[in-house]
Design a protein around this ligand. Structure first.
Ligand SMILES: *Cc1c(COP(=O)(O)O)cnc(C)c1O
Length: 352
């Protein structure tokens, strides 16, 4: 605490991301990064980038990237918003749509950044509980609200909701904005982008960090109705005119063009996820069905925090959350097949 801090700063409860270790030789399965490098087209675009251009400001509207995303997803350019990682897109969306008199709704077990934004922006929220199978119960969201947000697939559970169920929720909920945070959609579910033309209150948020191996580049985007996008632009242009730098735009556009590479690395991760699911069950773990690039597991005989520590001793980093309902679970990112095998070997070593 410092007397120089504002009341707001004193009161904040900042988000704590998974550890980015400075140690060499750790197998990192704790922040859902992609184990494969960015697409070759991304490497070429960065190498070929004219560095002298860095003298001037980038395009404040990132039009080239917006057009590339619009073409990729079959929407109009004025239905696309881009930001410095999807975390920034989400923060701007909370300001643009969720500062309402009624509380917003998100699941009790969900992305832990949402309550952090609520605190920062002074937004009230309620958290309908996931059911015992850790599924979102959409009927709980059929109530008066200032907005709704959840990840689909959900984090850290990996469970996914189908498009028909989302459509039903949107038919019931017409007076507030629904944000579907699709950080992991490319590893499993069906994107709700197909519904944005029908529902002007639907905002779909995605990121280049997970399925496109570009967590270090910081590029996220949202797709929705022109009126929602304009709302986001109003907030963005009241905060930072240039959230995306030239290199980020150049590399992100290249990533969208390399469809073959994207499909290959996506399929490799899905295959390793299935392999990991089976191997963990054979060790006695309970594994939730996952549509994401991670698995959420628990073991009836082994304490999760102890397993976390023993894995770390063996240079394997996974994610442990200490909050009440999930403090006996571990979230494990799907690495390369070799990394998944190293995890299973370490667990066998711990269990003997
Ligand atoms: C990783 C993640 C994000 C943030 O992604 P960035 O684009 O890297 O900021 C957003 N939402 C969920 C649910 C995530 O897991």
């Amino acid at each position: 605490m410092s007397k120089f801090w504002s009341e707001l700063a004193k009161d904040l409860v900042p988000y704590v991301p998974g550890e980015q270790p400075k140690l060499q030789g750790l197998i990192k399965l704790n922040t859902n990064e992609n184990p494969y490098p960015p697409a070759p087209a991304v490497m070429a675009a960065i190498t070929g980038f004219d560095k002298e251009l860095l003298r001037i400001y980038p395009d404040p509207n990132s039009d080239v990237l917006k057009q590339a995303l619009a073409d990729y997803y079959g929407v109009a350019k004025n239905q696309v918003f881009v930001g410095n990682g999807s975390d920034e897109v989400l923060a701007l969306a909370f300001m643009a749509f969720f500062k309402q008199t009624k509380p917003i709704l998100f699941p009790d077990i969900s992305y832990s950044f949402y309550p952090v934004y609520c605190k920062l922006f002074d937004i009230e929220y309620q958290q309908p509980a996931l059911n015992d199978a850790f599924e979102i119960v959409l009927d709980d969201y059929d109530q008066d609200n200032g907005g709704i947000i959840f990840p689909n697939p959900n984090a850290p559970t990996g469970r996914v909701i189908g498009l028909e169920q989302l459509r039903k929720l949107l038919q019931q909920n017409t007076e507030s904005v629904l944000i579907v945070d699709e950080a992991y959609i490319d590893f499993g579910g069906e994107t709700a982008i197909a519904l944005v033309d029908q529902f002007p209150n639907l905002l779909v948020v995605q990121t280049f960090s997970k399925s496109r191996s570009l967590a270090g580049l910081r590029v996220g985007f949202a797709i929705g109705s022109p009126e929602l996008i304009e709302g986001l632009e109003r907030v963005k242009n009241s905060f930072n005119s240039y959230p995306l730098d030239m290199l980020a735009v150049t590399a992100a556009v290249a990533a969208l063009q390399d469809k073959t590479y994207f499909e290959q690395s996506r399929q490799k991760i899905i295959a390793s996820r299935d392999w990991l699911d089976t191997a963990m069950r054979q060790l006695g773990f309970e594994v939730l069905p996952s549509a994401a690039n991670f698995v959420f597991v628990s073991h009836p005989q082994h304490d999760a925090s102890l397993l976390f520590a023993e894995l770390r001793d063996r240079k394997l980093l996974v994610r442990y959350f200490s909050s009440a309902r999930i403090n006996q679970h571990l979230r494990i990112s799907v690495g390369t097949r070799q990394e998944c095998e190293a995890l299973i070997t370490a667990l066998k070593d711990i269990f003997v």
